[in-house]
Design a protein around this ligand. Structure first.
Ligand SMILES: Nc1nc2c(ncn2[C@@H]2O[C@H](COP(=O)(O)OP(=O)(O)O)[C@@H](O)[C@H]2O)c(=O)[nH]1
Ligand SMILES: [Mg+2]
Length: 300
């Protein structure tokens, strides 16, 4: 008797499972039917709207066809020109002409500023405590015929206490000129690299890809180091800083980007923004590479 009872028991559970499967399937089909019905209703409700839109398109088409062709061309030309001028104005307004002069104290920024503005070193040796600022046509271009766009140059004092000023000016800058003393680079390399590192990791500089020109100044002296030597020294120092700065507090790095490629020695060409290197002598007025950089980024 026992095996028979067991058999009946398993038959019953199989029956139950079968019934559940059937009821699940019917529930599913019922739901699908309901959805299809709802969809049908929506399509039905939309039909008058579609009809209306089609009528409007048709009317517009008729009206356009009734217009003489010349009028249509004029309307299109007006539309095109207005959008062009609007875009041009927006573009022109956002085009900056600000160049920021940065670098350690004594590197020659102020002399360079006056050399660019007046073609002389006038007032260059005055200790700067406030940023020097001015909008002018470069002295070397003052004789040129035609209208030349003035350049807005800000000479930011290199003293570390005044460096936060830089954050005020960088958002409007279209170029940064970082001045380095080519005579005195070795004892100042670490400090110069730290300042440069701060600039190159600033969110405003990286996001807007502001180009940076490193100017090796004071090349009138025979003991001045070459720009290749200075570039390598700075790259080496920045590379060392990369290791120490990654440990900075979260607040410090919140607004900063990292430099270079991990696992590789740092070179300026790894930067998101273009970093180039030039030579100059503010004192003797050898500033053509600086002027070239300015004109490349502030179109005349
Ligand atoms: N030999 C030489 N000396 C310079 C040159 N540019 C600046 N200097 C000297 O460097 C010192 C600092 O110059 P300054 O423009 O005040 O530097 P700033 O602190 O960066 O603004 C002054 O004594 C200048 O005479 C240069 O091209 N050649
Ligand atoms: Mg100065």
């Amino acid at each position: 008797m026992a095996p028979l009872i067991a058999k009946n028991g398993s038959d019953k559970s199989r029956d139950l499972k079968e019934k559940k499967k059937i009821s699940d399937e019917s529930l599913y089909t019922e739901l699908m039917d309901q959805w299809a019905h709802q969809l049908d209703q929506w399509v039905h409700q939309l039909e008058p709207w579609m009809h209306q839109v089609k009528q409007w398109i048709h009317q517009l088409d008729q009206q356009i066809r009734q217009q003489p062709a010349e009028q249509l061309y004029v309307a299109l030309a007006v539309l095109f020109l207005t959008s062009f001028f609007l875009l041009f104005r927006v573009f022109k307004r956002t085009r900056s002409n600000t160049i920021v002069l940065a670098g350690l104290s004594g590197s020659g920024k102020t002399i360079l500023f006056y050399q660019l503005r007046e073609g002389t070193t006038h007032q260059g040796t005055v200790t700067s405590i406030e940023p020097n600022e001015g909008s002018f046509v470069l002295h070397s271009e003052s004789e040129k015929p035609g209208k030349i766009r003035p350049v807005h140059i800000i000479d930011v004092p290199g003293h570390s206490r005044l460096r936060p000023k830089l954050d005020e000016f960088l958002p409007q800058a279209c170029g940064i000129i970082f001045v380095v003393d080519a005579l005195d680079i070795l004892p100042n390399c670490r400090a110069a690299a730290e300042y440069l590192y701060d600039i190159l990791t600033k969110a405003t500089v990286v996001k807007r890809k502001i180009p940076v020109l490193i100017v090796c100044n004071k090349t009138d002296k025979v003991s001045a180091h070459s720009k290749d030597f200075i570039r390598k020294q700075l790259e080496k120092e920045v590379d060392k800083l990369r290791a120490t700065r990654t440990g900075a507090s979260a607040a410090d790095i919140a607004d900063e980007f990292t430099l270079g490629v991990s696992g590789e020695a740092f070179v300026f060409s790894q930067c998101h923004n273009k970093v180039t290197i030039a030579e100059a002598s503010g004192l003797t007025g050898v500033t053509s590479q600086v002027e070239q950089f300015i004109r490349e980024h502030v179109r005349p």
